[in-house]
Design a protein around this ligand. Structure first.
Ligand code: PHE
Length: 461
């Protein structure tokens, strides 16, 4: 046992442990599966032309995202502290450089930015529960549904009110401690979500345009794919898996030593991917069957899914249930977006969880107004990538997440010694270990750098 190994083995969790491996898998799945799969994946697929984008996204998920998730869990469990302290601690132990803590700081900052817009969209989801339950979608009239969407997003105080409610819900759970309750909630949520997706998939299959939807999602025309689209696919693979931001790292600090990291990460990544692809297969047939545009932007699911509910038997019930489940899925993701910051404030600043969560919640809530307003009062402000929201999302998802992921792979692959990573992953020098190590050292960092350079036009293919 090296010195580093001995220290790591002695470190214990400061916040207790997940009650079982299953709870951890549920918590990380709860973080991964959310608006990214259901709201964002379909609309960015639509904006980037379908098939080729989906294939690049899948490659990024399995060749880059999965190894990073394994790295984050490994690092988190070894450090057993909030991400800032953990990165500093391991950086010092393994390479003598404490500055690695800045990766944790960047993760916290990125989490703030993402949560600020995430909460606004999640707020729309809450509003949709009411609209669906009141039967407003019944009959499936696209114009009327468009009006409902425009009313919610177009009135700043409505959007702000729902955003406020969602932030309160998030802060409430985080203040109580994530281990309590989260596992339980996800245990009920996931099966319900899967069941509802099957119902919707059945509807889409019967919609008459299923083949067109499948075709759109999987027929790849790479010639139409720009460097920027490839960067968006990369960024989204990180966004959807919750990696590159130290969120999974924060959760892994509470992971019991005996859990297998590789199979845990594999399970989460496969589940998340199945959900995203299923949602795509639900949305695009509805888009084509109703003559809608696949590139409608952030409103896509809010304009398409109500059409499905409006036309199916007991649609008000299924619709309300679906948006409840979606709000829950968003909730379990939002919690993981501020956990790193709260863990840091509690450990390093000595605040109580309640104070830390509330303070941080207020900051993120205020930041959220930039997104709220970019769909109404400030919708005329367009620059660089589009609206204010588009720019905030682009910065966080397509620049900060890949950058965080890049630094995490370099750290896990090059700074942490082989002994330590093999010890933590506990699969000996098996093929699984060697594959992870190779992807982490070479493929993932090189791919991220090339995709960055390609997107800014340094070279073209
Ligand atoms: N993965 C979440 C989703 O797909 C969003 C998220 C990103 C959560 C980063 C935590 C960290 O909705």
């Amino acid at each position: 046992m090296t010195n580093a190994t001995a220290t790591a083995a002695r470190r214990t969790s400061l916040h207790g442990f997940w009650s079982s491996r299953m709870t951890f898998i549920l918590a990380v799945s709860g973080s991964a599966i959310g608006l990214g799969d259901i709201w964002k994946f379909p609309y960015i697929t639509g904006q980037n032309g379908g098939g080729a984008f989906v294939i690049v996204y899948l490659l990024c998920v399995f060749l880059i995202g999965l190894p990073i998730m394994i790295s984050e869990i490994l690092i988190g469990r070894r450090g057993r502290r909030n991400p800032v302290t953990t990165m500093g601690l391991l950086g010092e132990e393994e390479g003598g450089v404490r500055h690695w803590r800045l990766v944790g700081v960047m993760g916290i900052f990125t989490g703030f930015i993402i949560l600020s817009f995430y909460s606004v969209i999640a707020g729309w989801t809450l509003a949709y529960i009411l609209h669906a339950a009141r039967g407003e979608f019944t009959g499936g009239d696209a114009t009327r549904i468009g009006e409902v969407f425009a009313t919610i997003t177009g009135t700043w105080w409505r959007s702000a009110a729902w955003h406020t409610l969602f932030m309160i819900m998030t802060v409430f759970v985080v203040a109580r401690g994530v281990q309590r309750g989260l596992g339980q909630a996800v245990r009920i949520l996931m099966p319900t979500l899967f069941a509802l997706l099957i119902v919707l998939l059945g509807y889409s299959m019967a919609s008459g345009q299923f083949a067109a939807g499948v075709d759109y999602m999987f027929r790849a025309d790479f010639s139409a794919l720009s460097g920027n689209s490839v960067l968006i696919a990369l960024g989204h693979s990180f966004f959807t898996l919750s990696v590159g931001i130290c969120a999974v790292m924060a959760y892994a600090a509470y992971l019991p030593q005996s859990t297998s990291i590789m199979s845990t990460a594999g399970t989460v990544v496969v589940a998340d991917t199945i959900v995203s692809l299923t949602v795509g297969l639900i949305i695009f047939p509805i888009v084509f069957a109703n003559g809608l545009a696949p590139d409608a932007g952030p409103g896509l699911i809010f304009r398409t899914l109500p059409l499905a509910f409006g036309n199916m038997p007991a649609g008000a019930f299924f619709g309300a249930l679906f948006f409840i489940v979606l709000a829950f899925a968003a909730w379990t993701s939002a919690i993981s977006l501020i956990e790193p910051a709260v863990a840091w404030a509690v450990e390093r600043r000595g605040l109580t969880r309640v104070k830390a969560a509330t303070g941080i919640g207020v900051v993120v809530w205020a930041l959220g107004f930039a997104t709220v307003l970019s769909f109404n009062e400030l919708d005329h402000v367009q620059f660089l990538r589009g609206s204010i929201f588009d720019n905030i999302d682009y910065l966080a998802s397509n620049i900060l997440l890949p950058l965080g992921g890049l630094l995490i792979t370099i750290f896990a692959g090059w700074v942490i010694c082989r002994n330590a990573s093999a010890d933590e992953l506990d699969v000996g020098t098996s093929l699984a270990y060697r594959s992870w190590h190779f992807l982490t050292r070479f493929i993932a960092p090189v791919a991220v750098i090339l995709i960055f350079l390609h997107a800014i036009g340094v070279f073209t293919l």
